[in-house]
Write a protein that binds this ligand. Sequence first.
Ligand code: UD1
Ligand code: UDP
Length: 364
Amino acid sequence: MKKILAVFGTRPEAIKMCPLIIELKSRSAFSVVVCVTGQHREMIQPSLDLFGVVPDYDLGIMRPSQTLFDISRDVLSGVGKIIEKEKPDIVAVHGDTTTAFAAALAAFYSNVPVAHIEAGLRTFDILSPYPEEFNRASIDKISRWCFAPTERSAENLRREGKRDNEIFVVGNTAIDALKYTASADFTSDVIRAAQGKRLITVTAHRRENIGDNMREMFGAIKDIASAFPDTFICYPVHKNPAVRELAKKYLSGCDRIFLCDPMDTVSFHSTLARSYLVLTDSGGIQEEAPSLGCPVIVMRNTTERPEAVEAGTAVLAGVGRREIFSAAERLLTDKTAHDAMKSAKNPFGDGKTSEKIANILEKC
Ligand code: UD1
Ligand code: UDP
């Protein structure tokens, strides 16, 4: 029996790791130990509850205004100790967060092979997203199994010298997660308030956008609300106090702009499924919104998910007020363009990614 230590700490990691943990736990070939780092606190609990995943360890590292130094140091030493105690055969991490990077580094220092879920995504700009581009590439460098969502991400890994027997194209577990979340009969105050209007969902949280870029984004959102009186804009604001302060300052009290706390993922996916479009700087939302029929406007200058733009499910708008407004204006006025995006095929997998990863790890 192989012992797998799965480590995660933030909302998107929880949503995309839990379907895999459930799959691994269902097989007699594995014993699974779950460690949450606590990089996020309130924002991951709803996902743990939804999937019924109870962590064996919780490092509880979150602190107000935590720095990359704090997270890296606390996760490296905390996960290092758990590896020493549990002696896993494999450490599994997801994506590009500092939790994932420091946990992979702890495994590397302990000579335990790393399985990297969602490997090979690249913008090729080390500062964008920051520090995630560095984190993801560094995890790939030390991983024995790189689980790439698409052929393009596999090609990125090959070009960096990863061997064929280290790369596996399996899709993205984000699509597996939708089986647990999207609900056709879901309703909420937001959905009721938006009745008869076109619902637009917004999220924004990236470190490198806090400041000028977010002011530009929020300006565009106000412009959209004033130019299109038939819209209702819903923004579940990330728990980062710096983001909350800016959102409150620029958007609270605006007509038809509704700010709320982060939603649990059933509510959020159901809201996306009812939305005319989503404006976001998130990574994961670029993957899941197409399966919910919701066109994505990416409020960033780069994306490590160019497959979405090529498939026609997302538009990369940049971070300028005018550019974001123009991208939204086009979709709000050109029904053909909107319909094409709404019905374009999701390039990120078929919802069987966890099964494929478990099959590969079972045979290794
Ligand atoms: C982190 C990840 C980012 C990912 C994002 C998902 C890094 C460096 N960044 O960024 O890749 O896209 O999570 O959301 O790994 N906070 C709370 N409660 C919570 C969560 C956060 O209060 O449940 C506050 C804390 O004060 C914290 C701040 O938010 O200091 C920022 O959280 P942090 O994890 O450092 O960065 P994120 O921007 O969330
Ligand atoms: N999400 C959620 N509630 C919200 C906003 C987002 O559950 O109020 C989910 C969303 O469906 C996606 C994930 O959180 O699965 C994305 O997380 P985030 O944008 O924080 O991080 P990123 O994907 O950019 O790393």
